[in-house]
Write a protein that binds this ligand. Structure first.
Ligand SMILES: [Zn+2]
Length: 167
């Protein structure tokens, strides 16, 4: 049997409070990634994952006791970004280049192309060379080539290249 057949399929995700940074990068890669609100107790976290049909990513091993979470829980061991990414590369079918820049890194909103009017919100120093930009309809953040975009893509390519770390 092919090793990849056993990998966990990732689609809709929920990151716990400790993994907010990871959530931003999962969104950048194009994954629909919600985050748990600060102060939510374990039970609330479990309910969110099940109600919204999301895979819960967490380092909290206590969550294993919630049998209902079976198939909805991915426990991570790593503490640093690179080790968590390597862990995901080893255990899941994650594709860091799945659909870059389709989701807002800040709030998970679905990005759309900015209108000509919205382009005027880009600081005048960088606006001249901007032809294309994306805007988040939920929080209003603008992403444009020249500022965030190359950095984001470089980071995703780096994540994609990290050797899977066996458990
Ligand atoms: Zn947003």
């Amino acid at each position: 049997m092919n090793e990849t057949d056993q990998r966990i399929h990732l689609d809709r995700l929920l990151c716990d409070e400790m993994l907010q940074g990871l959530a931003r990068w999962l969104r950048a890669a194009g994954y629909d990634t919600a985050t748990v609100e600060r102060g939510t107790d374990d039970r609330g976290v479990v309910e969110s994952a099940l109600e919204e049909d999301r895979m819960l990513l967490s380092r909290d091993r206590h969550l294993r006791h919630y049998r209902r979470l079976q198939g909805h829980l991915l426990l991570l061991r790593g503490n640093e970004e690179a080790s968590i990414v390597a862990e995901l590369n080893a255990t899941t079918d994650i594709n860091w280049m799945r659909a870059p820049l389709t989701r807002c890194m800040r709030c998970n909103g679905v990005l759309r192309r900015a209108t000509v009017e919205e382009l005027t919100r880009i600081p005048s120093g960088s606006r001249d060379c901007v032809e294309v930009a994306w805007v988040c309809p939920d929080c209003g953040r603008i992403y444009w080539r020249g500022a965030h975009v190359p950095k984001i893509l470089r980071k995703l390519e780096y994540f994609q290249s990290l050797e899977p770390m066996s458990r």
